[in-house]
Design a protein around this ligand. Structure first.
Ligand SMILES: Cc1cc2nc3c(=O)[nH]c(=O)nc-3n(C[C@H](O)[C@H](O)[C@H](O)COP(=O)(O)OP(=O)(O)OC[C@H]3O[C@@H](n4cnc5c(N)ncnc54)[C@H](O)[C@@H]3O)c2cc1C
Length: 575
């Protein structure tokens, strides 16, 4: 008799596993069940379907050769039985059966299995605030909700929207509303920065400014306390402790939690945070039951901590590993490092590994190197400046994370992907300095921005470079009286420095162009802490070394220079 393989969950991890199992075990009877009517869609494409970049929802459910992945497709093309609108109610491990209910007929029966895969995904959190059930309030975890949001937009029901939650999905949704639909959009984030814990405050601030420049209002440190509706029962206002915002659409994007109830009720090991416990082969505590995707807990290879990591890329890779093992190939899933990339209008932000904040919180001796480098040869017409940050451990010199902010092209993605590969292998700063990366002027620079950032990290780690963090610099600019012994040394072109000298006075803002520092350094005060400022930080580093050589060591370099500050756009930045 052929082996019976049952898969619960038909979006990402489930179909990936089912189809590979069928390829590896052509004689197996492979059945996928999902309670939903729409399956095997690219959930990550939802923001681009809502925005209109993707015109039809079927495109998210189609193969690259434009065939919709429905029940007939799975049966005919893949030899896999896909049972939609079929809910798994319970797993009986003793008899190795899954009790299922067909939701349209109410019929229930038992599916026998030899191997079972749980790919039950995650459940979106909802804020328990008054009005959360009003019409026009959505979470975006499946295609039906995406279709409903797009219908509201297309029917002209929405002029103002509020997105609650400044994580990646919330921000992608905010862009999808504001960009092509021109909806007046506000983002509320409870923490004091966007993408909390994922990127550090300076990079979050660059993103926030870019969103504001594109007409999205961003309020951090602020969350919704209630929603009010109109006479028809549709949401019309969002209340926060600081303001009332008109809104006829509200998107709640406040995280997800693993959907592990079936597993728990079947007596499988489930972690306190809710993820199903699996080994490297994606096997649960019952060796005949596998699990993959948003519902499992996996290890972060940098921190060593276990948690759930709800990402489509991981769900697919885990699905393949589960399928291999079901099919007799001993593949392993080693964990993740935490890589992401996100479009924001004509810019993008990405990261991998740990942020500085997270690393410090975990007890690492964390430090950062920030650079502003050309993504392509500086003479190549389409070159642009990209901001990169490397987080490293001073003691072990291990690279813990990399973040990037730049134009919406391949430049950030390329560096983040290279960094992710090295970080997963426990690389140290030298591995990044010496990393061989492909170069030709239209694509990159001879010393790649990633190599250069590692070189800065190397100088900092070795004590050859002393920097001030962007946060400390901004704090000083806001309250110079807080640090009475500090002054800026602006080494940019005199024309660039002039308005700062005029505004702050030459006591606080001293300007000596880079090319003149060697001849004029004696003009510098010896009793002050000088913050050396240029555009990228590179010339400032050179100047620091020179000043050190003449005995003037009382200075710090602003890493990333004014390129970083300009992208953050503090109140004092010249308009
Ligand atoms: C708007 C949006 C944007 C995203 N963007 C990205 C991105 O850019 N990059 C990225 O890596 N990830 C992204 N993600 C995350 C990604 O979509 C998920 O990580 C991925 O879909 C997880 O796949 P999964 O198969 O584990 O679970 P899911 O996609 O959640 O599928 C689980 C399925 O199981 C079914 N199910 C659950 N319980 C039962 C039951 N008892 N019986 C039957 N069926 C059941 C559910 O109905 C569901 O259809 C995004 C997600 C969203 C919502």
């Amino acid at each position: 008799m052929s082996e019976q393989i049952v898969v619960i969950g038909g979006v990402a991890a489930g179909p990936k596993t089912a189809c590979r199992v069928k390829r590896l075990m052509p004689d197996a009877d492979v059945v996928v069940i999902d309670q939903d009517s729409l399956v095997s869609y690219g959930g990550c494409g939802i923001p681009y379907y809502v925005s209109g970049d993707v015109s039809d929802e079927k495109e998210l459910r189609s193969t690259s050769f434009h065939v919709v992945r429905d029940e007939a497709f799975f049966q005919e093309a893949k030899g896999v039985t896909m049972l939609t609108r079929t809910r798994a109610l319970a797993i009986d491990r003793e008899s190795k059966t899954v009790e299922v209910e067909q939701l349209d007929t109410g019929e229930s029966n038992k599916l026998p299995y030899d191997k079972l895969l749980l790919a039950t995904g995650s459940i979106p959190n909802r804020l328990p605030i008054p009005g959360a059930e009003l019409k026009g309030v959505y979470v975006v975890n499946n295609m039906h909700r995406a279709i409903a949001i797009k219908n509201d937009l297309a029917q002209g029901k929405v002029t103002k929207a509020v997105v609650i939650g400044g994580g990646a999905i919330g921000l992608e949704m905010a862009e999808s509303l504001a960009d092509l639909w021109g909806i007046e959009t506000t983002v509320l984030e409870y923490m004091d920065q966007l993408l909390p814990r994922i990127v550090d405050p300076a990079f979050a601030a660059m993103l926030a400014k870019h969103l504001k420049d594109n007409n999205i209002a961003v309020y951090t440190g602020e969350s919704a306390t209630g929603l009010e509706g109109d006479d028809s029962g549709r949401v019309c206002r969002v209340l926060t402790p600081k303001r009332t915002i008109d809104a006829d659409l509200v998107i709640m994007s406040v995280g997800v939690r693993p959907n592990s109830t079936l597993a728990r009720e079947a007596g499988l090991l489930v972690a306190p945070q809710g993820g199903i416990v699996v080994n490297n082969r994606m096997q649960t505590s019952d060796p005949t039951i596998y699990a993959a995707g948003d519902c499992v807990e996996i290890i972060n290879q940098v921190s060593g901590m276990k948690n759930n990591a709800p990402m489509g890329s991981l769900a697919n890779r885990q699905g393949r590993v589960a399928a291999d093992n079901i099919g007799g190939i001993p593949s392993q899933f080693e964990g993740w490092v935490g890589s992401f990339i996100m479009k924001a209008f004509d810019c993008c932000i990405g990261g991998t590994g740990l942020s500085n904040t997270t690393a410090k919180g975990l007890g690492f001796d964390a430090e950062v190197a920030i650079t502003a480098q050309s993504d392509r040869a500086h003479f190549f017409p389409t070159q642009a400046v990209i901001m990169l940050q490397m987080v490293f451990d001073r003691t072990s010199r291990k690279v813990l994370g990399v973040q990037g902010f730049g134009p919406m092209n391949d430049s950030i993605l390329a560096r983040i992907n290279a960094a992710a590969a090295l970080i997963a292998k426990g690389a140290v700063i030298e591995d990044f300095s010496n990393l061989e990366l492909a170069y030709a002027p239209p694509f990159s620079t001879a010393v790649d921005a990633l190599n250069a950032t590692a070189n800065v990290a190397d100088n900092i780690a070795a004590g050859r470079l002393r920097t001030i963090s962007i946060e400390d610099f901004l704090d000083w600019m806001d309250r110079p009286e807080g640090k009475p012994g500090w002054a800026a040394l602006d080494i940019r072109h005199p024309k660039e420095a002039a308005e700062f000298v005029e505004k702050y006075g030459s006591d606080l803002w001293q300007a000596i162009p880079y090319v003149n520092v060697r001849s004029r350094y004696k003009e510098l005060p010896e009793d002050k802490m000088l913050i050396i400022i240029c555009d990228a930080g590179t010339r400032s580093s050179e100047v620091q070394l020179f000043l050190d050589s003449v005995g003037l060591r009382n200075n710090l370099v602003l890493g990333g220079g004014f390129n970083a500050i300009r992208r953050i756009g503090p109140d004092w930045w010249p308009s």
